[in-house]
Design a protein around this ligand. Structure first.
Ligand code: GLA
Length: 391
């Protein structure tokens, strides 16, 4: 959980804004994606983790049907009918929550009362650490509890994903929300996005993760993400026609099959599809390596994953490449790759725990030498997933 100071600040601002205390507070963490990039919507595998940065969402019921929602960082408030939220152009941040309110209405029936709500977190925005999933999952947990409901974890994740798909316009997969709700302390989450099974995988205690936020633009809502997704779906349709066995998603295609058939495909579809297909195989190999305690070999898979992003999926950028290239030469670093959608945001670095501090400083200054100012490097811990913390 982020420092208690975030919660205290939220409670103080809530009381000052609404003149009372919240009845419910929920918390949901951001996530790191460790291996398996753009595999979730291809029904594949990912190793990820919930982190110790997240969002608190506080709410209290009202006697009328009005919903008042305040973003605790910028202290901007929007008001809307709780039973009929509408998308906002001017306060686009509110759409993530309005989507959750609408979907909860579909699930639980129209609310008979409104609410006052406020959220505040410490996941850096646009960093590729899923601040939006943290907001969605904390909002769903808090607002469901306010209505006396408790939803299964998978339903919370799917509802958050739908809010993002339908209200924020990003056709994201389920990874961010699933990592936020299924996270466990000191473990990675191994997700199978076909069966929707989420299992903890422990990793050697002498290694840890650094996140390097490049602050480069994170262009998910600009359509690059949706375009990659379309390419993958087209490639899956090609393989469904070309292979003798059923293919409903790229998950069903092996690297050997890609190698044999990619020459017959649209060139760009071939290139894009190579990435999730290779990533699925790396995730399965990575789980075995972690079971054997071989963090060094696992780290090499992370470097391979980044190379595949860079060359096949083209969702890296010079800033992310610079972090990963620098990481290769830093003592104690075992692996590095971009984390999440790509096109900016953060790189995740696997490092020996005893070398973490010096590695962080070395990465920040290597980045500064290249771009004039350091990237933001922080140690992150694998943490427990989303939950109601009060009420
Ligand atoms: C973003 C999306 C996820 C996933 C990753 C890439 O984080 O929200 O659904 O597709 O990119 O693996």
């Amino acid at each position: 959980m982020p420092s208690e100071s975030v919660l205290s600040e939220l409670l103080a601002k809530f009381a000052a804004t609404y003149g009372r205390d919240p009845a419910v507070v929920a918390y949901a963490p951001g996530r790191i994606e460790v291996l398996g990039n753009h595999t979730d919507y291809n029904e594949g595998y990912v190793l990820s983790a919930a982190i110790d940065y997240g969002t608190f969402f506080a709410a209290a019921p009202r006697d009328d049907g009005t919903a008042r929602l305040t973003a605790g960082d910028i202290m901007e408030t929007v008001e809307f009918p709780a039973a009929a939220p509408e998308r906002s152009e001017s306060a686009s941040w509110s759409n993530y929550v309005k989507g959750c309110v609408a979907l909860l209405g579909d699930r639980l029936g129209p609310p008979d009362r409104g609410f006052d709500a406020m959220f505040l977190g410490n996941v850096p925005l646009g960093s590729g650490l899923s601040s939006s999933a943290a907001l969605e999952c904390s909002a769903i947990l808090a607002l469901a509890r306010l209505r006396g409901a408790s939803l299964p974890k998978l339903d919370v994740a799917k509802m958050g994903q739908r809010a993002e798909n339908e209200w924020a316009g990003v056709k994201c997969g389920l990874l961010d929300q699933a990592s936020s709700v299924f996270g466990e302390k000191d473990a990675l989450v191994m997700s199978d996005f076909r069966t929707c099974e989420f299992k903890p995988v422990s990793f050697p205690p002498d290694v840890c993760f650094l996140m390097c936020n490049t602050h480069a633009k994170h262009a998910l809502v600009d359509g690059a993400y949706n375009e990659r997704r379309d390419r993958c779906e087209r490639a899956a349709r090609f393989f469904a026609a070309a292979l003798p066995h059923p293919v409903s998603a790229l998950r069903d295609v092996s690297w050997d099959e890609w190698t044999e058939h990619h020459g017959d495909m649209d060139e760009l579809d071939a290139k894009r599809s190579a990435h999730p297909i290779g990533e699925d195989e790396r995730v399965l190999a990575g789980v075995e390596l972690l079971r054997e305690g071989d963090a060094a070999a696992f780290g090499r898979l992370m470097f391979e994953s980044h190379e595949s992003s860079r060359t096949y999926f083209e969702n890296s950028c010079p800033e992310l490449d610079a972090v990963v290239d620098a990481a290769r030469g830093v003592p104690g670093v075992l692996g590095a790759r971009l984390s999440g959608g790509g096109f900016g945001g953060s790189a995740v670095v696997l490092v020996e725990r005893r070398a973490a501090e010096t590695a962080a400083a070395a990465l920040a200054s290597a980045y500064a030498r290249r771009f004039g100012s350091p990237c933001d490097v922080r140690a992150v811990s694998c943490s427990e997933g989303a939950r109601v913390v009060r009420g």
